[in-house]
Write a protein that binds this ligand. Structure first.
Ligand code: ATP
Ligand code: MG
Length: 203
């Protein structure tokens, strides 16, 4: 574990995980020569009940099921174990203590990088790890590039942007499809679909 040179961190709600997440993580892993990508499902907010948010245990299990066949994908329970709201900065700091020899690359989709200034300690976060953003359908690339450029200037840190295969899939859409009785086959790994059906999640 400790000899991982380049470690990718893929944070997300994964409610549920879908092939958009998996294809994105694999494409970045290859392109940036990352040794491993660690998927970090978020914890549930302590007092807020969000509609259609599966339990932390179920989201963690689905993330494990979806990633188990890829030897370079790992899953962390660091955020789901933590009490209270989890901030990415705290997670990265904790992971840096665990993976002392690793260089950390934080992976975000287009929508997430555009929100980074609402995250806790943006400057410190950009300082302590490398950021890789990806394109996402419905997010204009030109707009994304100019926003990233502004962030780079303001925080004096490089943010890489990788154009990836466009997969117009979101967890919101998957949940809506399930509610509407539509198929999600080939959008979500079969093992995750079986788990959702068995546990009656998103009904
Ligand atoms: P929701 O609709 O519930 O917000 P989501 O599909 O956006 O779900 P998240 O768990 O919110 O999934 O996303 C985790 C990370 O993956 C984010 O950085 C997000 O931008 C990125 N991501 C998710 N789906 C895609 C996709 N199809 N293409 C590119 N990036 C994606
Ligand atoms: Mg999202």
């Amino acid at each position: 574990m400790k000899e991982i040179k380049k470690l990718g961190i893929m944070g997300g709600t994964f409610n549920p995980i879908h092939i958009g997440h998996l294809a994105m993580a694999e494409e970045i892993r290859k392109r940036f020569n990352l040794n491993k990508v660690l998927f970090v499902p978020t914890g549930n907010p302590p007092h807020k009940k969000i509609d259609s948010l599966a339990s932390t245990e179920d989201r963690y299990m689905m993330t494990i099921l979806a990633t188990i066949s890829n030897k370079d994908f790992l899953v962390s329970d660091i955020e789901i174990k933590r009490k209270g709201t989890s901030y990415t900065i705290d997670t990265i700091k904790q992971l840096r203590e665990e993976y002392t020899e690793s260089e950390i690359y934080f992976i975000t989709g287009a929508d997430a990088i555009l929100e980074i200034e609402t995250w806790k300690n943006t400057q410190e976060l950009l300082n302590i790890c490398n950021f890789i953003a990806t394109t996402r359908p419905r997010y204009d690339v030109e707009e994304l590039l100019s926003r990233i450029k502004k962030l780079e200037e303001k925080y004096e840190r490089k943010i890489s942007l990788l154009s990836i295969v466009p997969l117009d899939i979101s967890s919101t859409d998957i949940r809506n499809r399930l509610k509407g009785g539509k198929t999600i086959k080939y959008m979500v790994p079969d093992s995750v679909i079986d788990y959702i059906n068995k546990r009656n999640i998103y009904k």
